[in-house]
Design a protein around this ligand. Sequence first.
Ligand code: NAP
Length: 364
Amino acid sequence: MEGKRILVTGGSGLVGKAIEKVVADGEGRPDEQWIFISSKDADLTNAADTKCLFEKHKPTHVIHLAAMVGGLFRNMKYNLDFLRNNLHINDNVLHSAYEMGVQKVVSCLSTCIFPDKTTYPIDETMIHNGPPHTSNFGYSYAKRMIDVQNRAYYEQHGCKFTSVIPTNVFGPHDNFNIDDGHVLPGLIHKVYSAKQNGTALSIWGTGQPRRQFIYSLDLARLFIWVLREYNEVDPIILSVGEEDEVSIKEAAESIVAAMEFKGELIFDSTKSDGQFKKTASNHKLRKYLPDFQFTPFNKVFSVTCLEWFGSWAWHSTLSPCAPISPTIPWDLLWWRSSLCRGREPSPTPGSLQLTKSQLDGERY
Ligand SMILES: NC(=O)c1ccc[n+]([C@@H]2O[C@H](COP(=O)([O-])OP(=O)(O)OC[C@H]3O[C@@H](n4cnc5c(N)ncnc54)[C@H](OP(=O)(O)O)[C@@H]3O)[C@@H](O)[C@H]2O)c1
């Protein structure tokens, strides 16, 4: 039997890199060829480019991660762009997959696309039950349309196109930008800066909002399971349990402990808390995989810090064995970390030019 050619769109991002690592570390099978692509390989908003990409690689399976992703303020400002770009990307990928006879597509939704007014915990049946939060309606409706398209491709053509719904993802190759990055790497950056400058750690908001965080490598293993074993068209939430939801304060305390920060913690309640919670149920996942082990939050955290700093050290002009000094300027670290992501670094450490997917927010 001919092997599988698995195309991963968004292969240079946080989730794509995690899948690449898990595959390289032994989850890949001899009959599988994995192809990880980024926007450098094709602009998926462009139908002709997308078709060429599919014709070139002739995938039998697709994990579709590529998206215009951003934070609260960028979403609010560019709802139309989020809507149009993501509608185009998703339509181009799904239709090319259909035209090329791809056997299965697993696309990625997010818990942020659920109705703003809802009951908790949210589950897979509730996606279309009401309008999303006004701040990110463009991104949300585009993501919701993937589920609509999956059903339509199945009903009209029998395609096995499905989707997964992760909660907040974190791990190596995350976006560590304070203003634009995810909450956990943003906190790591802040702790690092506070240590470097000998200042207090200022945390935006009251610290009370609660979140479920999934480690990117756990998510990667679940993606691979979905690709191989999950046969429903309906989406599935990939999340730790409701009992594993933590407050931002608890998350910050974990980072502080992992990075041995001894200074003061200040909660800046003049800054918005955002949505208080978006608790998701992993009941459906647990019915399929009752024994799946999520990596414990605290353990993950020190690994994340270490992996990231380790990556930096590896690419640094310093010896990889050299201790990481708190006096190394942050922008040099950031520059090194962009190298580690395999992305174009800025020409000089002092003038940062981030790729579009690094650009902003506690991302949806
Ligand atoms: N991160 C989270 O917390 C989270 C939570 C729930 C759901 N999700 C979903 O998970 C998926 C992956 O997220 P992520 O955090 O890994 O994102 P990410 O780190 O921002 O990566 C985005 C990826 O999409 C690619 N991309 C963007 N625009 C493209 C275009 N026009 N053509 C081709 N490729 C394009 C980027 O390529 P370049 O590197 O070349 O720019 C990059 O590989 C997304 O669908 C996102 O909505 C993420």
